[in-house]
Every structure is written in C-alpha cells, then in structure tokens.
Ligand binder design. Structure first.
Ligand SMILES: *Cc1c(COP(=O)(O)O)cnc(C)c1O
Length: 402
C-alpha cells in the first residue's frame, strides 16, 4: 500500500511549484510573434521583472536556465585573460567560477566552505592586495542552494567603495529572487542573474540578467561579445521578441506575465514576510526533532539562513532513506544533498534539503513537516516528537520559533 497517491509536492529547491494560474496561462495556441498581444506585452514584462529585482537598470532575457544566465553575465563584462574574485559559500559559487574558467577568465577563489559566512576581513585583504585593480568583478551567490547560506551584498559594496576598487559586484540570485529580500540598486549590485524556475514560479527555460549603467559600460569596453549572449539587444523589449537571437519563448512569456501579476498583487514585502514565517516554522520543527537525534540544520546562525531553501544533515544513509520514504509514502519529494558529499559519504546520502520557494503556503509547509515527522517515526530515526506542533505554534503566532 502507498499513501502517496494524491496531489504531489515537489519540495526541492527548484524547479519549484508552478501555480495552476501560470500553467493555465501557458495552455494556449501559439501566439503571433510579429505583432499583437505578445510583442505588446514586452515593455510591461521587463518593467515588472525589474521591480522584482528592485532595480531601475536593465534586464536581458535569455531562453536558458540559470547556467545560461551565468554565462551571459560573464560574456558581457569580463574578457578572456582578465581576472575575477569569487567568494564561495557552497556548490553554486564554485559552479559559476567554473563557467568563468571555461571562458578563459582567471579565477581567484576565496572559499568559505559549505555554510559560510563570507569573512569580510579576508575579502578586504584580497582587494587591498589588488592595488593594480586586476579584478574586473567580484562574484558571489546571494543564497547558495546547496548549503542554504544567505549572503549580504551591501557590506561587499561598502568594502569596494571604501577601498576605491572599481570591480563590478555580481550576484547570483537564482535561488531566492522573490523569496528572500534582495535589493539590487540599494545594495549596490551591478549585475544580478536569475532564472524562471524558483521564486518566479515558472518552468525552467528563462534566464535573466539585470545590469546597471556601470556594467553596460563594461560591455561597451569589450572588444567582442559572442552574439547569442550579447545583452544589448536582449535588453531592448521592442527587439527581443522578434529580431534578435531567434524565436521568442512564447509560452514562457505568458506564464511569466501571470507569475509577475501574482507577485505584484501580493506585494514583495508580503512575499518576503510569508517566506520568513514559513522558514521559521521549518527551522523550529527541525531544531526540535534534533534535540533527541541526529538531525542538524546546516547553517547554525538563523540570521544567515535563506527563507527559500533549508539544507539539513542527518547522517548516512538516513538522508537518502528519508527522501525515499517521503516520496513513496507521502507524495512529497525532498531535495538531495547537493555538493555536500565527502570522503565518508561520496553521494551525500547523509544530507537532504527542503525547497520552500515561491508558491508555498501554510498547509503545504505543515504537511511537509508532518510527512517528515511520520518518516522519522517509520524509519525509527531518533528524534524528539512534536516538531510539527512547534511549527504550528510559529504559524499561529503563539511562538516566534527559532
Ligand atoms: C538553481 C541554481 C543555479 C542553477 O540554475 P539552473 O537553472 O539549474 O542552471 C545556480 N545558482 C543558484 C544559486 C541556484 O539556486
């Protein structure tokens, strides 16, 4: 017998849950790409996208996933042979740095391990040592989806400004745009990349690169940019859909239009607050279970945790077993322990993650916590019972939780 039959919940950190309204918006006959509704939608779409990133700059839209957006950001700002400084707090910063290396860019890596935080003193040391300003960009990840560590960008901007260092500040905001607070302009970020399939609640397939005028100047100074990734035309809504870089991503645009309407109807501040409360409910349940068992939140300091994804350690092979139980008996799929493997646990079977980004609410998160508590019981994994009750207290306002 399986208890999993019913509506499933893909509780992994991307792709995320796609709202029915977004799916319905995409379910239509192919639209005319030359004139009419689709091209007419583009100026409003770019305006509303920029509101999500909190920027008055530009946005280039690609038919790609996040990896494409990574490539695009570098292709328009840093030439092969030039140098960047990468600040790593997990798997994804390392991934972005490999994209840079493959483009012939020299990477100077400061690795803060799986869970951070970024040590500003060490960053300052590196920047001071770069008196000749070899670094064209400082690259960091807002929320590292593997470790669930969240980094602040305003202190990095302050550091660059204090030292008079001209490097561009570039943010990978793929995991948590539209979930965790992110303010591109106020925080002094020059280039921000994201994708459609996490906080933006669409299927994978659109990559976005937001950039300001400083970054646009860096693009102009490059001798050549590969034509597909050149952001000049892709950031021009009137050109994007038709003339440049091939056919427009027709149905994704309709889905994104609906997702942006949902985001701005709710309001970004309300969305950030919803994610914060749901995340606290999750942390509180996990901390409670962990008092009498092996479960641990990967990021110890709540102030450094993302509100969109939570990485957990439980010991090999219990992470894998719990994931299996939840998908077989609860209809909920947990995330794997990405990038967390080590010598004793090469596959990361001792780790798992919750994705709680985008279209998620109380009943989904309490259902997720209830499913995990049932799985801990079924698998006889030691834990203190009652984590779900503690999570419910956070939701009801009876407790502020972790
Ligand atoms: C998901 C993710 C990526 C990769 O995005 P893809 O669409 O899978 O290429 C990169 N960085 C972060 C922080 C992510 O969460």
């Amino acid at each position: 017998m399986s208890l999993a039959n019913g509506r499933t919940y893909l509780a992994i950190p991307g792709p995320s849950v796609v709202p029915d309204a977004v799916l319905r918006a995409m379910h239509r006959a192919s639209p005319n790409i030359y004139e009419g509704e689709l091209p007419d939608m583009m100026p409003g779409l770019t305006r509303d996208l920029k509101r999500v990133a909190r920027t008055d700059g530009h946005v280039a839209i690609y038919i790609s996933n996040g990896h494409g957006a990574w490539e695009a950001a570098l292709a328009n700002t840093v030439a092969p042979g030039e140098t960047v400084l990468v600040l790593s707090t997990g798997h994804f910063a390392l991934g972005w740095s490999r994209v840079a290396e493959a483009r012939g860019i020299e990477v100077d890596l400061l690795d803060f391990g799986n869970g951070g935080p970024i040590d500003l003193d060490r960053v300052a040391e590196r920047l001071k040592a770069d008196a000749g300003h070899r670094y064209k960009a400082v690259m960091a990840v807002h929320v590292d989806t593997s470790s669930s560590n969240r980094n602040d960008f305003a202190p990095l901007r302050a550091l660059l400004d204090d030292l008079g260092h001209p490097a561009l500040l570039m943010a990978d905001c793929i995991a948590a745009m539209g979930c965790d607070r992110f303010e591109m302009d106020a925080w002094g970020v020059d280039v921000t990349v994201t994708g459609s399939q996490k906080g933006l609640m669409c299927p994978p397939g659109l990559g976005f690169v937001f950039f300001n005028d400083r970054a646009a100047d860096a693009r102009k100074a490059l001798e050549r940019v590969s034509s597909y990734w050149d952001w000049t035309q892709r950031a021009a809504p009137e050109a994007f859909y038709q003339y440049f870089g091939g056919t427009a991503p027709t149905h994704h645009i309709y889905g994104l239009r609906t997702a942006l309407d949902m985001i701005h109807d709710e309001g970004l501040d309300a969305i950030w607050a919803r994610h914060a409360t749901l995340a606290r409910a999750i942390w509180t349940a996990c901390a409670h279970w962990g008092q009498d068992g092996p479960l641990r939140l990967n990021v110890a300091d709540p102030a450094r945790r993302s509100h969109a994804v939570t990485a957990l350690a439980i010991g090999k092979p219990l992470g894998r077993d719990l994931r299996r139980w939840c998908s077989d008996q609860a209809g909920v799929t947990l995330g794997i322990g990405l990038g967390m493997g080590n010598e004793d646990d090469p596959k990361g079977d001792g780790y798992f993650r919750f994705g709680h980004m985008g279209h998620v609410n109380t009943h989904m998160i309490l259902g997720l916590m209830g499913s995990v508590e049932a799985g801990l019981g079924a698998l006889k994994i030691p834990h203190r019972p009652g984590g779900v009750t503690e999570a419910a207290k956070v939701i009801s306002g009876a407790s502020s939780g972790v």
